[in-house]
Design a protein around this ligand. Structure first.
Ligand SMILES: *Cc1c(COP(=O)(O)O)cnc(C)c1O
Length: 374
């Protein structure tokens, strides 16, 4: 192999890890205490820190983001139909389906690819019990419009906030909106604990339900009033989370640097759109989606292949659209004509590599490959 000053393969993300030397003393504490899970001291500390950070009444740590969604859906005691977006990661719709509920897809809006509040009301029926929306790429949903609709119709609001760690909207944590917000701390997310997640809960009774459901439905040693699962976070992941939290502003600012160079170099290209940074928002820069239009000169898939040829792994995220998957495509709300914006976005989107350690040299190689593909 020849020497390269640049990386040979560039992945769409590279998980941030704090210096190992900072983690070892925390591991020693776990080894000494032999408290490995079931709400140990690191778990308690991380929940307390995240409560402050998310400006939330209650935060419950979970094994991962999928279980966080399932736990929130269970605690919300829903029935019938759930209004949701087809433009997300598959966990969003699967958690609805696994909760014995029927997803009802509503199209997204072009500016941020979040569920379009103007289309929600027409999809509400007497069987509707909740809205499960996604802050796609960390861009805030129209939380005020969605809350107004939910209040008017007596619906619960659950935000899949897997992309939204650390995002602030209108001078508040984005995670403080809605009845529940769920997070993923998966390796690919802006904040990771290898695997992990959390549920942010507004209501105290719901928080009791969340707490029980993640621990087999157990209330105390002899009382098991509910059915539940095992969604507990271990001390290993919680200790890592405490450390990652200290480094998060560094992660955000390095991601901001990458985001800014892409915008400067790609923002003006014909047929290529970057999603704008939304107003009143402090983003986390977790993704860099571009939308490749017909005027670009190469199709989205041709661009994906051209990047791959140069050792650059981009991702068609989100494609395919969830409403086209075999278990959902028979639903009346899944018809393509009803979801034109999401359908077009899924055909055009490409997420470019963005992570704290992406060097300017590597990023310029990505940018030059995109320009040359036209
Ligand atoms: C990653 C992700 C999830 C699932 O989180 P895991 O921790 O991987 O289980 C759910 N929803 C969205 C939108 C995601 O991106």
């Amino acid at each position: 192999m020849s020497e390269h000053s640049l990386s040979d393969t560039i992945y769409v993300t590279r998980p941030y890890l704090p210096p190992l030397a900072e983690f070892l003393p925390l591991l020693e504490q776990i080894w000494d205490s032999r408290v490995l899970t079931n709400k140990g001291p690191f778990h308690a500390q991380l929940e307390a820190r995240l409560c402050e950070y998310f400006e939330a009444e209650h935060v419950a740590l979970m094994t991962n983001g999928m279980l966080a969604l399932s736990v929130a859906i269970d605690a919300a005691a829903l029935s019938g139909e759930i209004i949701t977006t087809p433009y997300s990661f598959v966990a969003t719709t699967h958690s609805v389906k696994m909760g014995q509920l029927e997803p009802v897809f509503v199209d997204v809006r072009p500016g941020d690819l979040n569920i379009d509040p103007d289309l929600i009301e027409a999809a509400i029926t007497p069987r509707t019990s909740a809205i499960v929306a996604v802050h796609c790429y960390g861009n805030p949903c129209d939380v005020e419009a969605i809350q107004a609709i939910a209040t008017r119709h007596g619906l619960k609001v659950i935000y899949d906030a897997a992309h939204a760690f650390g995002v602030r909207y209108r001078a508040r944590s984005l995670l403080s909106y809605g009845d529940f917000s769920t997070l993923s701390f998966h390796a690919t997310k802006a904040f990771n604990t290898f695997e992990g997640g959390a549920v942010v809960v507004r209501d105290g009774d719901a928080n009791v339900a969340v707490d029980r459901f993640r621990n087999f439905g157990i209330a105390d040693e002899v009382t098991i009033p509910a059915v539940g699962t095992n969604a507990k976070m271990s001390e290993f992941n919680a200790a890592l989370g405490l450390l990652q939290l200290e480094h998060f502003e560094h992660v955000r600012s390095e991601r901001r640097r990458v985001d800014a160079l892409y915008r400067a170099e790609l923002g003006e290209l014909d047929g290529l759109d970057c999603l704008p940074i939304p107003a009143d928002t402090e983003p986390n820069f977790s993704y860099f989606p571009i939308l490749v239009g017909p005027e670009f000169g190469a199709s989205r898939d041709a661009l994906y292949e051209a990047l791959k040829q140069q050792g650059v792994n981009s991702r068609r995220y989100f494609y395919p659209l969830l409403s086209t998957l075999p278990m959902y495509r028979g639903l009346p709300s899944a018809q393509e004509e009803r979801l034109p914006v999401a359908t077009r976005a899924a055909q055009r989107v490409l997420c470019l590599p963005i992570y704290p350690e992406l060097s300017e040299g590597d990023q310029r190689r990505i940018i030059e490959t995109i320009k040359a593909a036209r």
